[in-house]
Structures are given as structure tokens and as C-alpha cells.
Write a protein that binds this ligand. Structure first.
Ligand SMILES: Cc1cc2nc3c(=O)[nH]c(=O)nc-3n(C[C@H](O)[C@H](O)[C@H](O)COP(=O)(O)OP(=O)(O)OC[C@H]3O[C@@H](n4cnc5c(N)ncnc54)[C@H](O)[C@@H]3O)c2cc1C
Length: 354
């Protein structure tokens, strides 16, 4: 291998974390990025930009182009407990957007000087000379190899960087499934669904440009059957969930203890969901991807980047663990019932969509 083929840093994954890191990383570095080609619908996601993510984009000097928005923009979430049948509306100020277009927009902001490769990484090794070697397969099934002094794993919940280099540091998580349905009859809406019988996590339904996206997170074992059972309960309530146009599935992490985070080690770094940065209560991950990317980009200017990154993200990890502490009020059926009964902070709508 000649030395021109060796990059200072290779980023694996071009979701919000990888693209943002590359935009913010020190310009003196010779950077490369490898990412699997996105599918037509992009990453499975609710496509809701939380107030924290909006604030983080603002911090990074970014304004959302209107082409990323979908219709409608919804100001209330209908929280529904299928166990008790109770529901309430709460005010929310999420931005409803097209996730594939959002990722493509962040990618368009990656500087030209970053050398980009498309393909799926198959194997990651640390060589005896200290370099990282990544073997990948491109869309024509050809194999390629890349070498770098530093490796950044921004490759999401099922991170190959994390499983290859830190095999003892796997995080807990769920299997997530979502489907897209034509929505012809009902008023567009946004709902958050709890059903203790099928999942200890939440599900969501959100209208997007004439389609209804319904998805949830489920324990891995029997996940599809659990999803279908939950869907049947909603169908019985009259929801338009009978003819899915598309089905998507992936892993989603749910950090519950300090051990669920892994920042890296020995010139390999993890960020975004690969590191465990995602809310265990709402499964909101975009703001954490943006925040961890900024922290790592800044840390790369320091003498000991891993130490600087660990210090900069201590607050993030504590915030996420505090969100785990909030889970009983959302997920314990009795406590949730109390909250829903009380009507605390809820809106009373003149006309409810469901
Ligand atoms: C169903 C679902 C709904 C969600 N809804 C929301 C929501 O509404 N709002 C919100 O804020 N968060 C949501 N999240 C969480 C959010 O999507 C993630 O936390 C966020 O995308 C993490 O960003 P990331 O850049 O770390 O990883 P990702 O967005 O997962 O990006 C990883 C990148 O790595 C690439 N990659 C992975 N493996 C390889 C490989 N072996 N070789 C090459 N490339 C690879 C992928 O192609 C991708 O480009 C949701 C998650 C799920 C599962």
C-alpha cells in the first residue's frame, strides 16, 4: 500500500452523525468517508425533528430548507394507551420532515475535500502497523479496501465498528419496524402509542404527505408478530393500517446504563447512535447525533482526542441516563394511567381527530 492511500481519518457511515462530523472536522485532516448507498426511503425513522435537534442545527448555523418539510406540521401528539384505552393530547413542536431528504441535505454540506466511497463495510481490522483496514463491497459487488490512521464509527445502531473493535461493549436495544400506508379518509395526525402487552417501548404514527407512517420498537424475539398484534388493535379502532405500501426494519438502541455507551479507544471513535447516543424514553436520536458529532470534531483539535471527547460528552451521557429515569412515568402502566387520568399538561381539543 502506498502512503497516498492512507487517510488521516476514515468515517464509516454518512447519517446525521457522520455528515456533521465531516462538516465540522479540522480542515487540515485528510478525510475519507465510506457509506452504504441509501435506500429510496432512507433510514427507518419517524422523521420528526425535536426542539433539541432544532436548537442544535441553530447552534451549528444551519437553517432547514423548506424542501425537507412534509405536510402537515402538527402541533399536538395524541398519546394513547391501548391497555387502558385512555388517550390525551399534548402540545409538541416537532418539525415533520422527509428523513431521506434531511440526510441528503446534511450530506450535501460535507466539504468537497472529503474523499467519498460508496459501499458496505464487511470487515474491519487493526493491522500490526497500527492502521485500520476496512474492506467493503460496492453496488457492483466489487471488493475495495481503505486504510486510515484513525477510524470514526458513525454507522448507527448496528455499528460494525463497535462490534468489530469493541465486541464486549454491545448496547441493549430493540428491533424497530415501521410501515407506510395510504391515508385517504382520516384527518392527518401524530400519535404516540403504548401497549404493554406487545412492547415495553413506544410506537408512533405520523401523517406525511398523504401517507400514514406507523412504527414501533419491540423486543427482538417475536418482533414481527408483536408488531402485527399491535397493528390489529389499532385496526380495530378504525385506523387505516390495512394495506402497507412499504415495510422498513432496523435495530434501535436504548441506553439504560453507563455500560451502554462506548466512545471508542485506541484511535477508533464512535459517535451518534453507534456510541449509544439516543434517548431511551422517546427514541429521538438526531439531536444526539448532531451533538456528539460536534463534540468529536472539536476533540480532534486536541492532543488527546478520546479524552477530550469523553469530557465533552459526559453531560450528554448524564442527560440520557436521566431520561432513562423518566421512563417509569411513561412506560409503567399504572404510573402512565395516573398521568393520563390527571390530564396534567394536556390540551383539550375542540375536535379530536380520533
Ligand atoms: C424506526 C425509527 C424511528 C426513529 N424516529 C426518529 C425521529 O422521528 N426523530 C429522531 O430524532 N430520531 C429518530 N430515530 C433515531 C434516529 O433515526 C437515529 O438515532 C439517528 O439516525 C442516528 O444517526 P446516526 O448518524 O448516528 O446513524 P444513522 O442515521 O443510522 O446512519 C448510519 C449510517 O451508516 C451507514 N452504515 C451502517 N453500516 C454500514 C456499513 N457496514 N458500511 C457502510 N455504511 C454503513 C448507513 O448506511 C447510514 O448512512 C428513529 C429511529 C428508528 C429506528
Amino acid at each position: 500500500m502506498n502512503s497516498d492511500a492512507v487517510f488521516d481519518c476514515l468515517v464509516l457511515g454518512l447519517g446525521p452523525a457522520g455528515s456533521s462530523f465531516l462538516r465540522l472536522a479540522p480542515p487540515s485532516l485528510r478525510l475519507a468517508a465510506l457509506s452504504a448507498p441509501p435506500g429510496p426511503l432512507g433510514k427507518p425513522c419517524g422523521g420528526l425533528l425535536s426542539p433539541d435537534a432544532q436548537a442544535q442545527l441553530a447552534r451549528q448555523g444551519l437553517n432547514l430548507p423548506k424542501e425537507l418539510l412534509v405536510s402537515p406540521q402538527i402541533f399536538a401528539v395524541h398519546t394513547l394507551d391501548l391497555g387502558s384505552g385512555r388517550g390525551r393530547h399534548y402540545q409538541r413542536s416537532y418539525v415533520n420532515m422527509d428523513r431521506a431528504r434531511f440526510d441528503a441535505w446534511l450530506l450535501s454540506l460535507v466539504p468537497e475535500r472529503v474523499q467519498r466511497f460508496q459501499g458496505r463495510a464487511q470487515q474491519i481490522r487493526r493491522l500490526e502497523n497500527g492502521l485500520f483496514q476496512v474492506e467493503y463491497r460496492n453496488a457492483r459487488a466489487e471488493m475495495g479496501r481503505l486504510w486510515a490512521r484513525r477510524l470514526v464509527g458513525a454507522d448507527g445502531a448496528a455499528s460494525l465498528v463497535r462490534s468489530s473493535l469493541f465486541p464486549g461493549r454491545q448496547a441493549r436495544g430493540f428491533a424497530s419496524i415501521q410501515q407506510w400506508f395510504p391515508q385517504a379518509q382520516s384527518t392527518p395526525f401524530y400519535a404516540c402509542i403504548f401497549d404493554a402487552e406487545t412492547s415495553p417501548a413506544c410506537s408512533w404514527a405520523v401523517s406525511k404527505d398523504g401517507m400514514l407512517l406507523f412504527g414501533g420498537a419491540f423486543p427482538q424475539s417475536g418482533c414481527r408478530a408483536r408488531f402485527e398484534r399491535q397493528k390489529q388493535k389499532l385496526l380495530a379502532l378504525g385506523w387505516e393500517l390495512s394495506q402497507p405500501r412499504h415495510t422498513q426494519a432496523c435495530r434501535v438502541l436504548c441506553p439504560a446504563s453507563p455500560r451502554d455507551f462506548c466512545l471508542g479507544g485506541g484511535d477508533a471513535f464512535l459517535l451518534g447512535e453507534a456510541a449509544g447516543f439516543i434517548s431511551p424514553s422517546s427514541l429521538e436520536g438526531i439531536s444526539w447525533a448532531l451533538r456528539s458529532a460536534e463534540a468529536l470534531a472539536r476533540a480532534f483539535s486536541q492532543a488527546d482526542p478520546l479524552d477530550a471527547y469523553a469530557r465533552a460528552t459526559l453531560g450528554l451521557r448524564l442527560e440520557l441516563l436521566a431520561k432513562w429515569g423518566k421512563r417509569p412515568f411513561m412506560y409503567h402502566p399504572l404510573l402512565r394511567d395516573l398521568v393520563l387520568r390527571s390530564g396534567l399538561s394536556s390540551l383539550s381539543l375542540l375536535e379530536t381527530p380520533r
